[in-house]
Write a protein that binds this ligand. Structure first.
Ligand code: CUA
Length: 350
C-alpha cells in the first residue's frame, strides 16, 4: 500500500509539472504556432517524426504486453517452453526492413528541408540584412538601404529576407521560434539564413546560445508589416534628420545632454554605422527598453541611471559620466520622442 501511494504521489507531481509547463510559451514565441516558412517546415517534420515514433512505440508496447500475458508461467505447465523463433529468416527480414523504411520516411523530408532552409540561392534577388550579435543586443544593417536599427528588425510579409549573421564578440544564436529555426552567430565566420513571414505581427526573438550573465535578457523582435507599410518604413528611415526632435522643451535639453555626455561615442541616431552600442534612431517606437523592459519613461530613466542592475555585464555601465535623475529624465524624454516612422509595432498589430 505504501509503495503504491509513493508511486501515485510521484505520478501526480509529474502530471502537475506537465500541466504547469503547458502554460509556458506565448502566441508569438512558439514553434508550435508557426507564422513563417522555416517554422512551418520544422513543425511538419516534428509532426511526421512524432507520428512515426508513436507508431513504433505502440507496436512495441503491444508485442511486449502480449508476450508478457501469453507466455507467463502457468500452473501445471511450469516446464512448458513455447516454440522458438530464433533464426527465423522471414521474421528477421521483416524487423530489419521495417525500421529501414521508417528511417527513410523520416530522413528524406528532413534532409530536403535542411538543404532548403540553408539555401542561399535567392540571396541576390531579395532584401539582405546584416545581423550582428553583441553582448547583449542585436544590430540590423539593411544592405544597400542606408538603414540601421537595433533590437527591432522590420521585414515585409510574404517575402524572403536573407540574414547574414556575425558576432562582434562571443557566439550567440539567432532564434525567433514562430518564424524560423535557430542559427549560430559566430565571431569568425558569417552564417546566412532566410526568413519568410506569413502574417503581420510582432514576433519575439531570443538568443539561444549561452553568452554571458545577461544571455537570457538578449531579446529582440521581428516586426512584420505588409510590403506597402514596409516601403513606407524604408522611406521614413532613410529620411531621418537626427536633429529634428519632435519638440518638447525637456526633450531638447535631453538631446543636448545626450550629446554632451558621451552617449554619441557608442550610440548613433540616424544611419551612422557606429555600433558600439545599439542604434537609437527609432527608440521611441520600440516596445521594449534594453530588449526586456516595457518602454515607459520610468524604465528608460532606471536603465540610464543603472544599466548593470537590469542587464548584468552590459558594456554601457561606467562609460559615461554619472547623471542626476533630472538629467536622465530629460534624456529619456529625448529618446522617447525619436519616432522617425508612423510604421511601428502597433501597425503590425502589437
Ligand atoms: Cu547572446 Cu546568449
Amino acid at each position: 500500500m505504501k509503495g503504491w501511494m509513493g508511486k501515485f504521489r510521484a505520478l501526480s507531481l509529474l502530471g502537475l509539472l506537465a500541466l504547469v509547463l503547458t502554460g509556458c510559451g506565448r502566441e508569438n514565441l512558439t514553434a508550435l504556432k508557426p507564422k513563417g516558412y522555416g517554422a512551418e517546415t520544422s513543425l511538419h517534420l516534428i509532426i511526421l517524426t512524432t507520428i512515426v515514433m508513436s507508431l513504433v512505440l505502440l507496436v512495441v508496447a503491444i508485442v511486449y504486453i502480449t508476450v508478457l500475458i501469453r507466455f507467463r508461467k502457468k500452473k501445471g505447465k511450469e516446464d512448458f517452453i513455447p516454440k522458438q523463433v530464433e533464426g527465423n529468416r522471414t521474421l528477421e527480414t521483416v524487423w530489419t526492413i521495417i525500421p529501414i523504411i521508417l528511417l527513410i520516411i523520416i530522413a528524406v523530408p528532413t534532409t530536403i528541408a535542411t538543404f532548403d532552409l540553408a539555401s542561399t540561392k535567392g540571396e541576390k534577388d531579395h532584401l539582405n540584412v546584416e545581423v550582428t550579435g553583441n553582448q547583449y543586443w542585436w544590430h540590423f544593417n539593411y544592405k544597400g538601404e542606408d538603414i540601421q536599427t537595433s533590437q527591432d528588425l522590420y521585414v515585409p510579409t510574404g517575402e524572403k529576407v536573407y540574414l547574414n549573421m556575425k558576432s562582434s564578440d562571443v557566439i550567440h544564436s539567432f532564434w525567433v521560434p514562430s518564424i524560423a529555426g535557430k542559427m549560430d552567430v559566430n565571431p569568425e565566420n558569417e552564417n546566412t539564413m532566410y526568413i519568410e513571414v506569413n502574417e503581420e505581427g510582432v514576433y519575439w526573438g531570443k538568443c539561444a546560445e549561452f553568452c554571458g550573465p545577461a544571455h537570457s535578457l538578449m531579446d529582440f523582435k521581428i516586426i512584420a508589416v505588409s510590403p506597402d507599410k514596409f516601403d513606407q518604413w524604408v522611406s521614413d528611415m532613410k529620411d531621418v534628420d537626427p536633429d529634428a526632435v519632435a519638440g518638447s522643451k525637456t526633450a531638447k535639453e535631453g538631446e543636448k545632454l545626450f550629446q554632451d555626455n558621451n552617449c554619441m561615442g557608442c550610440h548613433a541616431v540616424g544611419s551612422s554605422p557606429v555600433q558600439v552600442g545599439p542604434n537609437l534612431t527609432d527608440f521611441g517606437n520600440r516596445t521594449k527598453v534594453a530588449g526586456v523592459l516595457d518602454n515607459t519613461k520610468e524604465n528608460v530613466v532606471d536603465w540610464i541611471m543603472d544599466p548593470d542592475s537590469i542587464k548584468p555585464g552590459n558594456k554601457m555601465s561606467g562609460n559615461y559620466p554619472e547623471l542626476s535623475k533630472d538629467e536622465a529624465s530629460k534624456i529619456a524624454d529625448y529618446l522617447m520622442e525619436l519616432k522617425p516612422s508612423k510604421v511601428t509595432p502597433e501597425s503590425a498589430g502589437e
